[in-house]
Design a protein around this ligand. Structure first.
Ligand code: AMP
Ligand code: ZN
Length: 463
């Protein structure tokens, strides 16, 4: 028994990899910025969902299933949502139109995440359910002179915080001197950002001490992380693009409101994903949603199972950029096809996989270790349970799918027919059967009967 591994994580705040020590090992707390629900999530958005799901699984492995709280918010108030609601449901009152947009998008996001093998976070708070908490924080900031009201907005005064800019390594003077955009007249400093803004009658709004309005983007995460994880918690995650301004401003709000030295101890950021070598964008024609990959034939002319998408993502370290391509997906699929399926998991994860993950989520090494384990398990079934438990740590499930008897006997008949064709050297027809079955998720494995030396074919269902 090697005992539990020492977990090391790279911290954007200190710019080093160091040993992770939770504030309270009985309740390890992690917050990850979730989606803004105005449109289907793209494959770039899948990256933080998957990366932090692996971390969630690892933390549960190390500290115990019931000793980790993972909060991921749903941003359901945003001007992009309003615009989408007006576009898609022009006849409806705005609040109803907004609800249609956010409910549909949120449901799809949760389905996408599930298909990608992600566990539900412990809590998934919505911004609109936490407006009161946001107002409380803004009131504290105003009372402590970290915020001021001007021209229908409440703004955070970036000069009021001595070490504003630490996370992103930005210096206010540099920003000020280099500012090309004219300072908006009502701001004390160019970097000051909106905490609250007044809404017109046609915009969504909530009553507040400053009038009917709506929150700025950053304040929601300060409010929800405090509510569910406390003023100081262990890990805060998101994509690289969120370091500035979003996370910098979350830190400013939370620390100044609570008078604390840190908001979260460890800040983790996943690298960016591009598609076929280019930044994903609608104008480049390489913008692809998780939904399209799973359910349509837009990418590479075929659908891709969630497991393949997930493994393709984990074949690169989370801090590196990823080039998402058909080639990469095919590579992940080939790898998965070599791994054994299993009826149920149980047993303990192998140390080789656990230790790789404990080293700043080295999923590349973990996938290699898992592959070695798979090869060993293919010849020694006693290793299957360790393989299954290790695969589960990466969130890759190779569970055998139940097939009903009628389907099974039809497949058996086709497999027998194909064997006859192979004997008759009718390879084209035989290949066609193999391909037709593969398209239905049924995979054939050819081998030899060790006793008779005759060709035998087994089959299994892989989603
Ligand atoms: P958004 O809905 O744009 O706020 O993004 C939700 C999450 O996805 C954030 O953590 C972003 O940093 C992340 N994200 C967005 N685009 C990409 C991308 N191309 N690659 C990796 N992560 C991304
Ligand atoms: Zn956030």
């Amino acid at each position: 028994m090697g005992g539990l591994p020492t977990l090391k994580l790279y911290n954007t705040l200190t710019r080093e990899k160091s040993v992770f020590t939770p504030i309270d090992p009985q309740n390890v707390r992690m917050y990850v910025c979730g989606p803004t629900v105005y449109d289907y999530a793209h494959i770039g958005n899948a990256r933080p969902a998957i990366v932090f799901d692996v971390l969630f699984r690892l933390l549960r492995h190390v500290y115990g299933e019931n000793h980790v709280t993972y909060a991921r918010n749903i941003t359901d108030v945003d001007d992009k949502i309003n615009a989408r609601a007006l576009r898609d449901h022009p006849g409806l009152p705005l609040n109803e139109a907004i609800r249609l947009v956010t409910e549909k998008t949120e449901t799809q996001y949760l389905e996408d995440a599930k298909a990608l093998g992600c566990l539900d976070p412990t809590v998934q708070p919505r911004a609109t359910d936490n407006i009161g908490q946001m107002i409380d924080i803004i009131e504290k900031l105003v009372a402590k002179s970290h915020a001021y009201a001007a021209e229908g907005e409440v703004l955070f005064d970036t000069r009021s915080m001595a070490d504003y800019g630490r996370l992103s390594n930005r210096n206010l003077d540099d920003q000020q001197a280099g500012a090309r955009v004219a300072v908006e007249a009502h701001k004390r400093n160019p970097g000051d950002f909106v905490l609250w803004k007044l809404s017109s009658d046609s915009e969504p709004g909530w009553d507040s001490p400053w009038g009917r309005g709506r929150p700025g983007w950053h304040i929601e995460c300060s409010a929800m992380s405090e509510r569910y994880l406390g003023e100081i918690f262990d890990i805060h995650g998101g994509g690289l693009d969120l370091i500035f301004p979003h996370h910098e401003n979350e830190i400013a709000q939370s620390r100044c409101a609570h008078g604390t030295d840190v908001m979260a101890n460890v800040w983790m950021h996943n690298g960016f994903l591009q598609v076929e070598g280019r930044k994903m964008s609608k104008s480049e024609g390489n913008f692809v949603t998780i939904y399209e990959l799973l359910h349509t034939e837009t990418f590479g002319g075929r659908k891709w199972p969630g497991e393949v998408l997930r493994l393709a993502m984990l074949m690169t370290h989370y801090r590196e950029p990823i080039d998402f391509s058909i080639k990469r997906l095919e590579e992940a699929e080939r790898l998965l096809a070599k791994w054994p399926t299993f009826k149920q998991s149980g047993g303990a994860a192998d140390a080789s996989v656990v230790n790789a993950l404990a080293d700043d989520l080295n999923t590349v090494a973990a996938v290699q270790a898992l592959h070695a384990l798979a090869q060993a398990a293919n010849t020694d079934p006693a290793l299957l349970s360790a393989f299954a438990a290790s695969a589960a740590l990466l969130g890759v499930f190779l569970k055998e799918t139940e097939v009903d008897e009628a389907v099974a006997s039809a497949v058996d008949a086709l497999v027998a027919m194909r064997l006859e064709m192979l004997k008759a050297k009718n390879f084209t027809e035989a290949d066609k059967i193999r391909e037709d079955l593969a398209a239905k998720g049924i995979q054939l494995k050819d081998g030899k009967d060790p006793a008779t030396g005759e060709r035998v074919t087994t089959w299994e269902v892989r989603r």
